[in-house]
Design a binder for this molecule. Structure first.
Ligand SMILES: Nc1nc2c(ncn2[C@@H]2O[C@H](COP(=O)(O)OP(=O)(O)OP(=O)(O)O)[C@@H](O)[C@H]2O)c(=O)[nH]1
Ligand SMILES: [Mg+2]
Length: 297
């Protein structure tokens, strides 16, 4: 858990910590990427269709601490899929300690225009962030219910009590259920509180019991590493981000090869191929994992 202590230093900031990141960059990236070649992965995710009979959607659920970048990731995926900046999931304008997202919502991405308009079969569910304390943030029990498709669309999360009967979907279809669970963590966050990690652990255990594949994305890589902020292609050369990914793997028990660093579109007004490329690497894995699961159910 020690790895979640460090925030990019600002000595004027009262929360400034003395720990320094492992600085510097490696000569050779520790994961090889074909930068500049996003079209293959884009085509792959845009053309994906579940082959399983009766399944319309491959459904991904994002969860993680408040402000980690869950909603921003959904917006980023929407931008990449549609090839332009879009605003489907409202993200917070600042990093706050209270969750900005409060409703359970499915985000579908529009494909085509006018009369030929449909949706991609890859959909994302966004939820309220996890917070410290039993009466703050989303109840982990609600996330567990969402995994099995029991949470109705539009449900307004109540931190002080889990889902009530009126918003409980008694008979979820196979595509109301979650097919991939994605943990979202910020590379630039202060230490994640043990109580939050404990809630995350309970969610993971339920997902494991259900056989739902799990992976993680590490957001805010631009905020957390100056070299990566300068040039996103340094992401797998950054010693600091490598350590962050290893710490994330150790703290949430997800193998390193299932963790993907991404920079979300949060302030840019134009798309960028390198930003898209990292998002697509994560997205492709979500499609592969989800499809494997669909084939099994
Ligand atoms: N620089 C940078 N900022 C980001 C990134 N991802 C998200 N942000 C910013 O971080 C803040 C929180 O992002 P959200 O997407 O609202 O986070 P969330 O996990 O949905 O938060 P809650 O709904 O409140 O739990 C926003 O101000 C985003 O613009 C990133 O990769 N890089
Ligand atoms: Mg949100």
């Amino acid at each position: 858990m020690a790895g979640w202590f460090w925030k990019r230093s600002n000595p004027a900031d009262p929360s400034h910590k003395e720990e320094t990141p492992e600085s510097g960059i490696l000569d050779v990236p520790w994961r090889e990427l074909r930068w500049g070649d996003k079209q293959k992965d884009l085509k792959y995710v845009q053309e994906y269709k579940p082959a399983k009979k009766g399944i319309r959607y491959l459904r991904v659920l994002l969860y993680g601490p408040v402000g980690a970048g869950k909603s921003s990731f959904i917006n980023s995926v929407s931008n990449v899929m549609r090839g332009r900046i879009t605003i489907p999931a409202l993200a917070s304008a600042t990093t706050a300690d209270k969750s900005f997202t409060r409703q359970y919502k499915t985000h579908k991405f529009i494909k085509g225009r006018g009369e030929s308009k449909t949706f991609y079969p890859l959909v994302f569910n966004d939820i309220m962030g996890l917070e410290d304390g039993e009466k703050n943030g989303v109840c982990d029990k609600d996330i567990e219910l969402a995994l099995e498709g029991h949470v109705k669309e539009g449900y307004e999360f109540n931190p002080t009590s889990p889902l009530n009967k009126s918003k409980y979907n008694m008979s979820p279809s196979a595509d109301d259920k979650i097919h991939v669970l994605v943990c979202v963590m910020s590379a630039n966050a202060s230490q994640v509180k043990p109580s939050v990690l404990e809630k995350m652990k309970r969610v993971r255990e339920t997902a494991s019991d259900l056989g739902i594949p799990q992976m993680a994305i590490l957001t805010h890589i631009d905020d957390a590493c100056g070299e990566t902020e300068k040039d996103l292609r340094n992401v797998y050369k950054s010693k600091h981000l490598k350590k962050k990914m290893k710490d994330l793997s150790a703290s949430v028990g997800i193998p390193l090869n299932c963790i993907f660093p991404v920079k979300n579109y949060s302030e840019k007004i134009d798309l960028n191929d390198d930003v898209d490329f990292l998002i697509l690497s994560a997205l492709k894995k979500m499609v592969d994992f989800g499809d494997d699961f669909l084939e099994k159910i």
